[in-house]
Unconditional design. Structure first.
Lengths: 111, 114
């Protein structure tokens, strides 16, 4: 079993929709979770991070962790065409300086 | 903001060539990494370095080597390029600041081996 798994999509939604992006992870000891956004032909950039349990909100983005089911989610409210990108979840490896990445979910927001 | 710069955005090389991919970061970070990114496979760690002249193999080091002669520069070397090394290569440095940690990535080098 992979340490973190992510539905690759692709996901296509109309502008203004609420988007839900999800990952599952295998090790209940993980306590720090990240979401990266990667635009086409660019490197990933850190979008949000959160520690275990609860929600973290940043503008239209909300990161949520459900430790009981080992599930992490990124919600995008009022999605915009500029949100079209690939979103990757990431979790630290044991060393803390390296990370496991999901394979990414490709999102297209249609105007 | 930390900047990680990869010298080439696109490269086309022939099978058997020796290929150098250069990466420079400007924030005095100790830890640097090389990944390749392929559809359906995600990001896979090739090599990493925690200090000058130090290198460690990642998950898929075969066919690659690295060089870190200066703290800010981490080079990936394809000793004899093959078509299965056609990929997007991403360099990253790691940061840790007031509870927030992660990678800063470069823009990537899309390498095609023909």
């Amino acid at each position: 079993q992979k340490e973190v798994e992510q539905d690759p999509g692709p996901l296509s939604v109309p502008e203004g929709a609420i988007v839900s992006l999800n990952c599952t992870y295998s090790n209940s000891a993980f306590q720090y979770f990240m979401w990266y956004r990667q635009y086409s032909r660019k490197g990933p950039e850190l979008l949000m991070y959160t520690y275990s349990s609860g929600n973290k909100e940043d503008g239209r983005f909300t990161a949520q962790v459900d430790k009981s089911s080992k599930y992490i989610s990124l919600f995008i409210r009022d999605s915009q065409p500029s949100d079209s990108a690939t979103y990757l979840c990431a979790i630290p490896r044991r060393t803390g300086n390296q990370f496991y990445f999901g394979t990414g979910t490709s999102l297209t927001v249609i105007p | 903001d930390v900047k990680v710069t990869q010298s080439s955005r696109y490269l086309v090389k022939r099978t058997g060539e020796k290929v150098f991919l250069e990466c420079v970061q400007d924030m005095d970070h100790e830890n640097m990494f090389w990944y390749r990114q392929d559809p359906g496979l995600g990001l896979r760690l090739i090599y990493f370095s925690y200090d000058v002249k130090m290198k460690e193999k990642g998950d898929i080091p075969e066919g690659y080597s690295v060089s870190r002669e200066k703290k800010e520069r981490f080079s990936l070397i394809l000793e004899s390029a093959s078509t299965n090394q056609t990929s997007m290569y991403l360099c990253a440095s790691s940061f840790r600041l007031r509870g927030r940690r992660g990678y800063t990535f470069g823009s990537g080098t899309r390498l095609t081996v023909v």
